[in-house]
Design a protein around this ligand. Structure first.
Ligand SMILES: [Mg+2]
Length: 302
């Protein structure tokens, strides 16, 4: 009997060793894969936009500038100058000739539109909200349909009243396209700046053969008017000589300091701040922070 039990035990152990292992209990694990979708950060204005379009400091700067422009124009209209503030063709920093004014030519002040007379809040807000950045096709739609969504820059309406009261014609010279005449005239009117007529008080890109350059249009305007003031947010609103693409930012800046030009700032030529877009936004680390200004805090002794 004992013998039998022993054999059985051995047989059982042997069976245990050769039998296929019990299948491990299976467990249904449901792994839910959630696709990670990048949630866009909520749109926010850039610091430049905060400053230009949203700050009290910007509003005040604009009011100060437009008061200065109006005061200048009033004084100049009184004195009846015989020279325009439009640089003559071929003028350079060394030979800065200005167009002459005919004695019977009416006086005019010539202003850029975008970020000079109006803030393009509708299009800028759209670009920022959607994150598309600047898109020329969308901008073209803005020129056509943006009336009512651009605001007059603070100080402009009061300045316009003073300039008109002084008997000086206001002429807009803008790089908006001359295929969108009505939209741009409506935008200026809706902003409360008055009526502008193409070819008389409104000049647009395409009116002269030099594209986005504005000298050609300034000469056209000067055929009929003695221009006593130019204002804009970019140097091209004053003279194309400043728009030479070969100029580095320091060279471009140096050109504005040339004596013949330097005496014009605030004295017929006026630039308004625009830190949001345009050729002023350029410069390397070395160009913005010159080597001779390099500084670091003194090392602390342990
Ligand atoms: Mg502009």
């Amino acid at each position: 009997m004992k013998h039998y039990i022993l054999l059985s035990t051995i047989a059982l152990l042997a069976a245990c060793q050769t039998a296929p292992p019990e299948p491990a209990p299976t467990e249904k694990v449901i792994v839910k894969v959630i696709k990670k979708v990048d949630t866009p950060a909520p749109a926010a204005p850039t610091e430049s936009q905060q400053w230009l379009y949203g700050s009290a400091e910007s509003r005040i700067t604009m009011v100060q500038s437009w008061n200065a422009i109006a005061s200048y124009v009033e004084a100049k209209a009184e004195s009846r100058p015989n020279a325009s503030v439009v640089l003559a063709p071929g003028a350079t920093a060394e030979a800065a000739d200005f167009l002459a004014c005919g004695a019977d030519q009416p006086l005019a002040a010539v202003f850029d539109a975008d970020e000079t007379l109006i803030w393009n809040l509708g299009s800028m807000g759209y670009f920022t909200r959607t994150g598309v950045g600047f898109d020329p096709a969308i901008w073209d739609e803005w020129e056509k349909t943006g009336a009512g969504k651009a605001q007059a820059i603070p100080g402009v309406k009061d300045a316009f009243k003073r300039i008109r009261d002084a008997g000086v014609e206001i002429i807009v010279n803008t790089n908006r396209s001359n295929t969108n005449i009505q939209g741009s005239a409506d935008t200026l009117k809706s902003a409360g700046l008055g009526e502008f007529a193409h070819g008389r008080s409104l000049y647009l890109r395409g009116d002269a053969p030099d594209g986005g350059a504005k000298d050609g249009r300034r000469y056209m305007i000067s055929d009929n008017y003695c221009v006593i003031a130019l204002a804009g947010d970019q140097l091209g609103d004053i003279a194309d000589i400043f728009n030479d693409k070969a100029l580095t930012p320091p060279e471009r800046k140096a050109l504005t300091v040339a004596p013949a030009f330097d005496q014009m700032w605030g004295n017929g030529w006026f630039i308004l701040p625009n830190p949001v877009y345009g050729p002023s936004l350029a410069g390397t680390m070395e160009e913005v922070f010159p080597e001779d200004t390099y500084w670091e805090p003194p090392k602390q002794e342990d």
